[in-house]
Design a protein around this ligand. Structure first.
Ligand code: ZN
Length: 180
């Protein structure tokens, strides 16, 4: 237990260092680490049995895609399991953005059950950000498109975590309530 706690805090610290200076795209310009902590908190909230590596992978889920960390680095510092989970939720950045978004829908059913937990938590956090602090240059249509695409990705998951799916649906309903 103490070892697990240490490893989780080590991952949070590592993520804070690697994403230092990065901000969310929203008007509030929140530090990027807020997003990583929110995703990890959602994952730990939804788990019915302890899975420290999944919480660690949630903290590190954007480290390869957005902070130049390598899978080898994650395997050495954390574990192969953590590295594999992070790679499962990492987009191929060599592809154009529209293709990456299409791939997310196509690949969603192939993800492991644990990777699907991170996917769902990530989408909840991103949708909450669009509701609370949208990017300044996004009009209503762009926000709506993002919600629609997120719904398609989540609908393609084969075994979504029930608690997170309910929270995802609540977030989508909130968007409808404000007529997004
Ligand atoms: Zn993310």
């Amino acid at each position: 237990m103490v070892q697990d706690l240490r490893a989780i805090l080590d991952a949070a610290h590592f993520a804070a260092l690697k994403h230092a200076g990065q901000k969310r795209k929203g008007a509030a310009g929140e530090p990027y680490i807020n997003h990583l902590l929110e995703v990890a908190e959602l994952v730990s909230w939804a788990l019915t049995s302890p899975d420290p590596n999944l919480v660690i992978a949630a903290l590190l889920h954007d480290s390869v895609e957005d902070a130049g960390v390598t899978a080898d680095e994650l395997a050495q510092r954390f574990s192969q399991d953590v590295a594999d989970l992070v790679m499962e939720v990492t987009d191929d950045k060599s592809l154009p953005k529209a293709e990456r978004k299409r791939q997310q829908i196509l690949n969603a059913p192939k993800k492991s059950v644990r990777a699907q937990v991170i996917k769902l938590a990530d989408k909840i956090s991103n949708l909450r950000s669009i509701l609370h602090s949208p990017p300044v240059d996004w009009d209503e249509a762009r926000k709506r498109q993002y919600f629609e695409w997120s719904k398609q990705v989540i609908a393609a998951l084969t075994q979504p975590n029930p608690a997170l799916l309910a929270e995802f649906e609540r977030t989508c309903r909130r968007a409808e309530e404000i007529h997004l």
